[in-house]
Write a protein of this length. Structure first.
Length: 273
C-alpha cells in the first residue's frame, strides 16, 4: 500500500521546513506520494521536485489558492499545475503583495494595542526563503517577542477571524481560482470544506469546474467526511485528502496518511509526473 499526503506546506509560505527538507522528512516518514501546496505560491515546487528526483518520494506540484465566495474565504487546492503557468504566476505576484500589506496592517493594529512587535520581526519569523507572508508568521513573531505564549494564543486573541488585530484581504472569486488552476493544467479541489458552507456551495463549484473535495483530513469528523464523499460521488467529483501539515510543532509528518487507492483519481490526474 502506498501512503499519500496531498496537503503540505513549506517555508515558501507558512510551513516550517524548506521544500528539500520536507521531501527528506517525508521519505523518513515512509510517505510515497506528497503534494506541495503552499499558500498562493508555487515558489517551493522546483526545489521539492529536485530533491525528490531519483528518490522514494513522488512529488506532485500543487498550490493552495485563497479565494472568496460571498462572505466566506474558501481555499482551492490545485494539483499537477505547471510551475511556470502564466495564470498562477500572475496570481502569485498580486497575492504576495497583498499578503505583505496585510501583515503590515496587522502589525500596526497590534502596536496600537500596545503589543511590541515590528514588521521586521515578522520577516525574521518567516525566514529568508518565505514568499507568502501570512498570519502564522505574525503569530510566531509575537511568540518570539514574548507578547504571547503560543501561536494558538496569538490566533485566539488577536489574529483569528474574530481577533482584535484581524485584517481582511481582497481575494479572487472561487470561480476565478478554479479557472486559474485549470489554465495551469491542474485539477481543482476544495480544501478543508466547512460543513456549514458545503451543501450550499458545492454544486456551484462543481459547475465551475471543480474536480474534487478534500474529504480525508485529521480534523474532519467521520460523519462530515462520509457526507462529503457521498455528495462528491453524486456530482462526479473525486475524493482527496491530506494533513495540511505545516511543521512538527503540530504533529509528526506521516502520522496521518491516506492509502493511494482512496485518492487514486487525483494522484493519476497528472499521469506519472
Amino acid at each position: 500500500m502506498k501512503r499519500v499526503d496531498l496537503h503540505l506546506h513549506t517555508r515558501a509560505s507558512d510551513g516550517e521546513l524548506s521544500p528539500a527538507d520536507l521531501v527528506r522528512t517525508a521519505a523518513d516518514a515512509r510517505l510515497d506520494i506528497i503534494a506541495i501546496t503552499d499558500h498562493d505560491t508555487i515558489g517551493g515546487v522546483a526545489e521539492a521536485l529536485a530533491a525528490a528526483a531519483g528518490g522514494p518520494v513522488r512529488v506532485i506540484a500543487g498550490v493552495e489558492v485563497s479565494s472568496r465566495h460571498g462572505e466566506d474565504e474558501i481555499h482551492v487546492l490545485g494539483y499537477h499545475v505547471a510551475p511556470d503557468a502564466a495564470s498562477l504566476l500572475a496570481h502569485e505576484a498580486g497575492a504576495l503583495g497583498r499578503r505583505q500589506e496585510r501583515a503590515r496592517e496587522m502589525v500596526r493594529k497590534l502596536q496600537s494595542m500596545g503589543i511590541a512587535v515590528e514588521y521586521e520581526d515578522v520577516l525574521r519569523a518567516a525566514g529568508t526563503d518565505a514568499r507568502a507572508i501570512g498570519r502564522p508568521h505574525v503569530a510566531r513573531a509575537m511568540v518570539a517577542a514574548g507578547q504571547v505564549r503560543s501561536v494558538g494564543e496569538a490566533f485566539d486573541r488577536f489574529l483569528g477571524d474574530a481577533g482584535s488585530a484581524f485584517v481582511p484581504t481582497e481575494l479572487p472569486s472561487v470561480r476565478s481560482a478554479i479557472e486559474m488552476i485549470r489554465d495551469a493544467g491542474g485539477v481543482a479541489v476544495w480544501a478543508h470544506p466547512d460543513p456549514r458552507q458545503f451543501d450550499a456551495a458545492i454544486r456551484d463549484f462543481a459547475e465551475w469546474g471543480l474536480s474534487g473535495v478534500e474529504c480525508f483530513r485529521p480534523t474532519t469528523n467521520p460523519s462530515d467526511a462520509k457526507h462529503f464523499r457521498s455528495v462528491a460521488r453524486e456530482l462526479g467529483l473525486w475524493p482527496s485528502g491530506g494533513s495540511d501539515w505545516h511543521g512538527p510543532y503540530r504533529s509528526r509528518l506521516g502520522d496521518f496518511f491516506i492509502p493511494v487507492e482512496d485518492v487514486q483519481e487525483v494522484v493519476d490526474a497528472g499521469g506519472t509526473g
